[in-house]
Design a protein. Structure first.
Length: 402
């Protein structure tokens, strides 16, 4: 197993506290492995393996299990005189798991870790049964730094600026970088992740009948990463294609894709009015490889994928990320984390002095002293212009300064 300290270092301080540790994220992003890494950390602290009890509820072994059966089974395995460490993987497969976990956490000497891959992990039931008793950790696919570490296990890693090209194209699902897979092999794995998420977490769970409509909405969203659009935009597009679909249905599909962690919603923030805007949002993918595995690779989409990569990195680092609206100007990202804030423009390359000026002027219009970045991938990525830092995207992703 390859360590992922970005998450382990956040989770370990909560060991032996009364909080249930909940790990969520898209399928195959590495949640199960992180549970194993936590077990290894606990073993290193001297906790014997017999005090660990683990379940993987997406196994056929537990199909049809009820909440009462789950409670009875786990209860029978608890140690009578010592703390038991419970690791419950894909726990959302058991309807009513929240009550079970709450009862176990309240009534027994346990330390509980759970994972899940869809919105039922963050539903109202959790708020009802686990209020104040849980801490949640969002797990993402590999960061660029993690990708380079994974890749270094089976091949020499070159200049990070060149490696960024492969990272964008091949994505960061951990399973695709355990050995030297070809691009076709990687996309086969990613398509399997996409299909299992779409049909298990969306179609089957929500009893979606018109699967072709759902897939058209998916492909529109995937094809418009980095563009602002609305449910009406998709509805109008489908109507023009003689595939009528009302706004509410489109919105419902987008919401389901978001709840399955395939899509991330990025709302617009009015920097002058200091408020979130409810129209013309952007959606970013859980991983850039999803787009290419489903729609095929196209060089013209790299600029949008760069935005996607930067968006996810800011999220990994704990920022709340919005699109910035400053009068008539657009700022790619406004990222806030407690009392910190930064502004980011992302561009693949700048073709002219006029285009360059436009990128910087958008940030210069913002009259505050928070850090401002222009991220690019050309050879001129570097330096400082009137307090705005110009950085190569690869260097930004690997930086520890923000």
């Amino acid at each position: 197993m390859i360590n992922r300290p970005m998450y382990i270092d956040k989770i370990m301080p909560y060991v032996d506290t009364p909080f249930v540790k909940i790990l969520t994220g898209v399928r195959r992003c590495g949640k199960s492995t992180i549970l194993k890494l936590i077990m290894e950390q606990l073993k290193a602290r001297g906790i014997p393996e017999e005090r660990f009890v683990s379940y993987r509820f997406d196994s056929m072994e537990y199909e049809g299990m009820t909440a009462k059966q789950m409670y009875a089974d786990i209860k029978s395995r608890l140690l009578p005189d010592e703390k038991t460490y419970l690791f419950l993987d894909e726990v959302q497969e058991i309807t009513g798991w929240e009550k079970v976990v709450n009862s176990l956490n309240t009534d027994f000497n346990v330390d509980i870790y759970v994972t899940g891959s869809n919105s039922r992990m963050m539903s109202s039931e959790i708020a009802t049964y686990l209020t104040g008793r849980y801490v949640a950790f969002r797990i993402y696919t590999l960061s660029f730094a993690e990708y380079l570490e994974f890749k270094s296990r089976y091949t020499a890693v070159g200049d990070p600026r060149l490696e960024l090209v492969d990272y964008i194209r091949l994505g960061g699902f951990p399973a695709t970088h355990l050995q030297a897979y070809s691009q076709d092999e990687i996309y086969t794995i990613v398509r399997d992740i996409y299909n299992s998420t779409l049909f298990s977490d969306i179609v089957k769970r929500n009893q979606v009948r018109k699967i072709d409509q759902l897939e058209r909405v998916v492909k529109y969203a995937f094809n418009n990463v980095g563009n602002t659009f609305s449910a009406k935009s998709i509805s109008d597009y489908l109507k023009a294609e003689r595939r009528a679909l009302d706004n509410e249905t489109v919105y419902s599909y987008l919401e389901k894709l978001e709840k399955a962690y395939l899509l991330h919603r990025c709302s617009r923030y009015d920097l002058q009015g200091k408020e979130l805007l409810k129209t013309q949002e952007k959606f970013y993918l859980a991983d850039t490889a999803l787009r290419y595995a489903v729609l095929g690779y196209n060089d013209s989409t790299v600029a949008a994928s760069l935005e996607n990569v930067v968006y996810l990195e800011l999220c990994r680092r704990g920022y709340t990320v919005n699109i910035g609206k400053n009068g008539d100007c657009k700022v790619d990202f406004v990222a806030t984390r407690q009392n910190e804030k930064l502004y980011v423009q992302v561009t693949q390359k700048i073709e002219s002095e006029k285009a360059e000026r436009r990128e910087y002027d958008r940030l210069l219009e913002i009259r505050d002293n928070y850090p401002k970045y222009v991220l690019r991938t050309d050879t001129f990525a570097g330096g400082n212009y009137e307090g705005i830092k110009t950085i190569h995207v690869a260097d930004f992703l690997l930086s520890q300064e923000y």
